[in-house]
Write a protein that binds this ligand. Structure first.
Ligand code: GDP
Length: 425
């Protein structure tokens, strides 16, 4: 059975924790998109980890962790992450890397950094991990696929061709040092030696695994609203964040994805630029940011303070719809325990008209939130194990979200720890 774990919001919904938890009953966990540009925070018996590239299943002995072909593969970063786990006492995980994955090059990071600087105030809020230049090259057919590392003549010729294009930009647009083809080639040869032990025909491996009835998890990065097609373009990431892309980014048939566990956050947070209708500011935001997540809402990759907001039912219903959510895991509910009243954004007012449909970006920029205020439960809910024991106001809040999004909420997360989870249905 294949299950996707994806985000309905702007990312940071707590997918890492849910994946880590569900990985216990899984055989294989796959990253199918994105790169090291966003992190998952996981707290378990080995300590606290911020994983960026490895799937959140690496903590179990029985799982195989896979980097699918859809990922932006930063090879030195991958090895660094593996070493970090080993140094903290995690048993060496079984890792496979798709021979069709493409390689994130050092010049992708440089180009990302130079472009952000060039755009200055008008930048997209990139994490400067090279993701946009990487995917641009992939689709421009000037990326390097892992399989190509093993044919030196082919590689040499391609490096020459790629450097020619990159050097025009580096020299004339950014006025920076140009690439030396021989050095780029050497880097690729070093990468080949690093990645060699992990390389595998992942799609064929998964074909067999599915036949054998293995439990497989597809772990998404970021959320629906950062999808390049269905999100808040252009303030989006450069690979699809949707469960549907899991089929492509892992190399499996789309109809095998039976379960789409969509992670929804009980309030909103976002990093980077872009319209954020339910955003709150000043002390109200500071308070929520300070209490949010596990020790505050700051980006796992960049440490940037996240922008904060109340739950946005319009964006989340849409986020669940484009994911094709079959069930929802509602996270960080415990964080809201300090509030006497909890506002929820239940509509957008655009040009004097109220809508519940999530609009395209141009319209979104004009949207003002329509609030509904729910009574808070105003107490600590961490440590509660059964749904019945939750305060009435808390259950009402969950029911209200479920009614708004139209997808069953089956899991409620009331703390960052692996076992802080309440099964609802
Ligand atoms: P991801 O990218 O979706 O995996 O999300 P992140 O890991 O970046 O952010 C989620 C943050 O919330 C992390 O710091 C988690 O440890 C924390 N977290 C996850 N679930 C809960 C929860 O139910 N309650 C609290 N307080 N924190 C949580």
């Amino acid at each position: 059975m294949v299950r996707a774990i994806v985000g309905a919001n702007w990312g940071d919904e707590g997918k890492g924790k849910i994946t880590d938890m569900l990985a216990k009953e899984s055989d294989i966990i796959i990253r199918f998109q994105g790169g090291s540009n966003a992190g998952h925070t996981i707290i378990n018996n080995y300590g606290k980890f911020a994983l960026h590239l490895l799937p959140s299943g690496v903590f179990y002995n029985h799982t195989t962790s896979i980097i699918g072909n859809g990922v932006a593969l930063n090879i030195p970063y991958l090895l660094k992450e593996i070493k970090e786990l080993e140094s903290k006492g995690v048993p060496t995980p079984k890792i496979l890397v798709s021979d069709r994955a493409q390689i994130l090059m050092p010049y992708h990071i440089l180009l990302d950094t130079y472009e952000e600087a060039r755009l200055a105030g008008k930048s997209f809020g990139s994490t400067k991990s090279g993701i946009a230049p990487f995917y641009s090259d992939k689709y421009a057919k000037i990326g390097f696929q892992v399989s190509e590392l093993f044919d030196e003549d082919y590689l040499k010729e391609k490096v020459e061709r790629v450097c020619e294009i990159k050097n025009v930009l580096l020299e004339h647009l950014y006025q920076k040092e140009t690439l030396v083809p021989e050095e780029v080639f050497q880097t690729l040869i070093e990468y080949r030696e690093m990645v060699k032990p992990y390389v595998c025909d992942v799609s064929a491996y998964l074909h067999e695994a599915i036949k054998e009835g293995k439990n497989i998890l597809l772990e998404g990065q970021l959320g629906s609203l950062k999808d390049p097609d269905h999100g808040i373009y252009p303030m989006v990431t450069s690979s699809s964040t949707l469960a549907a892309y899991g089929a492509i980014g892992a190399g499996i048939p789309p109809y095998e994805i039976k379960n789409i566990t969509t992670v929804v956050k009980a309030y909103s947070s976002a990093v980077g630029a872009g319209a954020f209708v339910s955003e709150i500011f000043n002390e109200e935001a500071d308070e929520l940011r300070k209490r949010g997540g596990d020790g505050g809402e700051f980006g796992a990759t960049t440490g940037r303070p996240r922008r904060m907001g109340w739950f946005d039912a319009v964006a989340t219903r849409y986020g669940c719809r484009v994911q094709g959510a079959t069930e929802v895991a509602l996270t960080v509910l415990d964080v809201l325990g300090y509030l006497k009243e909890i506002p929820m954004c239940v509509g957008y007012e655009i040009d004097g008209k109220v809508t519940k449909d999530f609009p395209t970006t141009v319209q979104l920029e004009k949207a003002k939130p329509v609030w509904k205020v729910m009574p808070g439960w105003n107490c600590e809910i961490r440590g509660i194990k059964s749904y019945e024991e939750l305060p009435k106001e808390c259950k009402d809040y969950i029911d209200e979200i479920e009614k708004e999004i139209g997808v069953p909420i089956t899991l409620v997360s009331n703390g960052p720890e692996r076992d802080a989870i309440i099964k609802r249905k």
